[in-house]
Design a protein around this ligand. Structure first.
Ligand code: PLP
Length: 456
């Protein structure tokens, strides 16, 4: 590095602390925390401005599923910029990529019962679209009282007012209350931390019953939808028992409640199947999609619409079925081109299959950490998503104090070993690109093991 480079890097670091407010961070914290400035990416690897090379255990943020240098996606983006960088899809106009992508998503999700799709700019938008379509659905059905939403504790559904109101984590809610009225939460089937049982199947049944009891308590004719992630991501990678989602679907059907699957993380292969709902053999009524849809190369969100919901809009006798929702950048041509190329690549590279195969190796290698290290309470995950929960006391499962000093030390030790990890509360979360190889997984686990051993 030349002295000019060093000066430019120092200026970037200084300007970051001075001008850039980061999501989920105190503005002043950045002056002390000195976030890593990522300058370049290739495959599953990233380099920071200091030239330090790391395996991207974060996948950008559960997003860069094809790695950082997929040429087909890059070429599609460039070609689209040459052809038509932007046009809108409000009622008077549309464009070829929007049409092609909508058809492609519907065809891909045909086995799930999807018949149409509504585009937006990211995961929070996709959630907002689903919540609004669910409410409108019930108005069209003549049941305007069905306006409530039920969600899971620990769930994460983005940051807009609707999504925030169904979020199950106080940290994302508190500063912005009062939130949307009519949003209620029930317990997540979380084996490691629940007051009910350590039997997985029994837990699935109990938590499904809690949902049913809440629907009955609220009055089924007031509940619009239940929203949940097929595997909770940001909440700490909480994998539900296999019987949970099928029971949830039964209960939603019994009381006519719509089921919204927030697949922003699990969509497009991360859990080892193309969609998280497929892992549980369940069809939702609305799906929230983002991140992996375009491999994160260009922001894009989508709300996939199942036949039942779509039909209510198509058959509307009231004339009130116009979707009064949308964004200037809905189905942005560059994002749509990126998504079309991403979907081609997902198929060509069998990305969900790789996540299942390499993911099984990843899970098997990481699980023993729970026995091996004194501060690792639980290791859980599926496919290429892994959460490692750190505790103050393994025997009592006592939580670490806020700020999690242990995880910060592990993250620094991992960095020195060439691995980027993410800390979220007490959890260390790994969500590498889905094209990762078995050898790269071994590198990742070895680096993590070394980091844990150093901190132990
Ligand atoms: N839903 C889930 C399950 C997510 O994990 C996220 C983001 O991580 C969102 C919604 C919000 O997506 P975005 O950050 O793109 O708005």
């Amino acid at each position: 590095m030349t002295s000019t480079d060093a000066a430019a890097v120092a200026a970037l670091k200084r300007d970051n602390a001075q001008y850039l407010w980061h999501p989920m961070a105190h503005p002043q914290a950045m002056q002390k925390a000195k976030p890593d400035i990522i300058a370049r990416g290739e495959g599953c690897w990233i380099w920071d401005v200091d030239g330090h090379r790391m395996l991207d255990g974060v996948g950008g943020l559960w997003a860069a599923n094809l790695g950082h240098s997929n040429k087909a996606v890059r070429d599609a983006i460039v070609a689209q910029l040459d052809e038509l960088p932007f046009y809108n899809v409000f009622r008077g106009t549309t464009h070829p990529r929007a049409i092609e992508l909508s058809k492609r998503i519907v065809q891909t999700m045909e086995p799930d019962g999807v018949t149409a799709v509504f585009f937006s700019n990211g995961g929070s938008d996709a959630v907002e679209g689903a919540l609004k379509l669910a409410r409108q659905y019930w108005k069209l059905k003549g049941q305007a009282d069905r306006h409530k939403f039920i969600a899971l504790r620990q769930g994460y559904h983005g940051v807009h007012f609707g999504g925030m109101s169904v979020n199950g984590n106080l940290n994302f809610r508190r500063a912005y209350e009062p939130l949307l009225p009519g949003c209620f939460h029930v317990d997540t089937p979380w084996l490691y931390r629940n007051p009910y049982t350590q039997d997985l199947e029994e837990l699935g049944e109990i938590c499904a019953t809690l949902l049913e009891r809440e629907i009955l308590f609220q009055g089924p004719d007031t509940v619009a939808a239940f929203i949940a992630e097929p595997i909770q991501g940001a909440g700490g990678v909480i994998v539900p028992p296999p019987n949970y989602w099928p029971r949830v679907r039964e209960i939603c059907d019994k009381y006519g409640v719509l089921l919204i699957a927030d697949e922003v993380v699990t969509g497009f292969g991360r859990g080892g199947a193309m969609f998280g709902t497929r892992l549980w053999n369940v069809k939702a009524d609305l799906w929230c999609l983002a991140k992996g849809i375009s491999s994160g190369y260009v922001p894009l969100g989508a709300t996939a619409i199942g036949a039942k919901v779509a039909e209510a809009f198509m058959d509307d006798p009231t004339g009130q079925a116009a979707v009064g929702h949308g964004y200037t950048y809905s189905a942005h041509p560059v994002a749509a081109a990126a998504a079309l190329a991403t979907l081609d690549q997902i198929e060509a590279l069998d990305v969900p299959g790789n996540a299942a195969r390499v993911g099984a190796h990843f899970q098997a290698r990481a699980r023993p950490f729970a026995e091996r290290f004194s501060f690792v309470g639980d290791v859980r995950g599926m496919g290429l998503m892994l959460g490692i929960e750190m505790v103050a006391d393994k025997a009592t499962r006592a939580t670490l104090p806020r700020g999690n000093p242990v995880a910060a030390k592990v993250a620094q030790a991992a960095y020195r070993r060439g691995l980027m990890v993410r800390i979220s509360g007490p959890n260390l979360i790994l969500s590498p690109p889905l094209v990762i190889t078995r050898e790269e997984v071994d590198f990742m686990v070895d680096a993590l093991e070394g980091a844990f051993a150093e901190v132990e």
